[in-house]
Design a protein around this ligand. Sequence first.
Ligand SMILES: [Zn+2]
Length: 493
Amino acid sequence: MGDSMERSGRSRGFSRWLLLITAIAFCNVANAQRLHRFVIAINPQLTQIDVRACFDGQPPERLVAESLDAAIALIGAWDEATGKSITPRGYIPLKSVPDSGCITYKADVSRPIKLHDRTGGKIRRVGKDLAAAVGLWFWRPEQLADDEDVLLVFNLPDGYAVSVPWAPVDGTSKPTFRLGHTPYDWPAWAAFGRFTVKTIDVRGSQLRLAVLDGSPPVDVEQIAGWVAGSANAVADMYGRFPFPQAQVMVVPNSRMREPTPWAFVVRGGSPAVHFVINQRRPIEEFYSDWTAMHEFSHLFLPFVDSDDAWLSEGIATYYQNVLGARGGRLSVEDAWSHLHAGFGRGEADAKGLTLAQATHGMHRGGHYMRVYWSGAAMMLLADLRLRRMSGGLQSLDTALDALNQCCGQPDKAWTAAELFAKLDEITQSSVFADLLNEHTDSRQFPDLTMAYRELGLIPLGGDIDLASDAPLAHVRDAIMSGNSSQFTSASTR
Ligand SMILES: [Zn+2]
């Protein structure tokens, strides 16, 4: 499901601020890093968050929050030097705060607020724990210079833990994180409560898993095994997990039917994968479900603008099946059959609309099938063309590997055109630009007739039969095995 921006759409004139930041960046080139320090406390009832924000040198002009509803949750803000209350104006102005001064602010997280944002309760009680959208309670500098960061120190009641997406700072007595440089309006979630944050090592990357309270309680070991298995399947593609660390949050809801009825990726702070699970379902159902593989596959790409959701969803939808076969959770025939069935659903959806139009109206019009599966079809075509063009030296796997190495920074958003231009540069081809030109403004679902013929994919009822004598049968098999097709020819199979 979604790799979501959920932008609040608010616009602030921050060009003046940008100018100031640029000036500071230039003045401070030779200086040590500026590190503001925010100490964040929550009460044992998990109803109120108090933040003490101390600035390193000159404070920013103001603090902002991602959600427009944050102004309603804000109880108040005070200048520590004078004790005077600061009047918020949709932001917390800091003009009166002296250099290296401190302020405190308090936010009410006891209830969901849905005045502006109607996309769902952004403050949720999960059993005895609390999940709260960061944008509702966290006021922060609008932008940070390259040499500027915020240290976030959590002051929690005894026996409580916190789950956040930010990069952890090791060797501290309290949970401590670096805010980093993702834009302030990228959504993120925090959880507070009596859960344990379990660190899962995935080839040297750290997944910080928080499983929130549920009734019946979740078998955390089992769920951790399932998360680790899916993350490792993704890491197997190019030998490492795409990011050095990620937050993984699991919210139990036993009233839902499926094992994983809802899941999404958000990028605020750093990539984070969220799952709502039905903990009553047997663990085998989790392993045969595609959701975790889909969500972790989103991380093959940096953040892609939601106007181009066909790209991020296409990658995730393609690889959820390909990686399923490579990891042995799906037979090769079943993986192709799933792809084929999906292409059929995509072709039947949003007829008469271009892919760009279907993507733009995806949520409103429910055009998910067309968007997800058009993207997946384009990824199959990209994979096929790269492998054919290079005699198996290149593939979508190798292109994404190189993309992650050059451009995997977690704080930059890309359009599909930008990302495809980079992938063409990496592969020294026009494979991606061609696909963009052929399909985004087309009212037709990508035509796979020739690809099926070359790969030897023969539709038979709802399934796919694999022809052994197809010209590119070795490419077909290389896609699902994850091995290079370079040294395999049709005659040796
Ligand atoms: Zn998705």
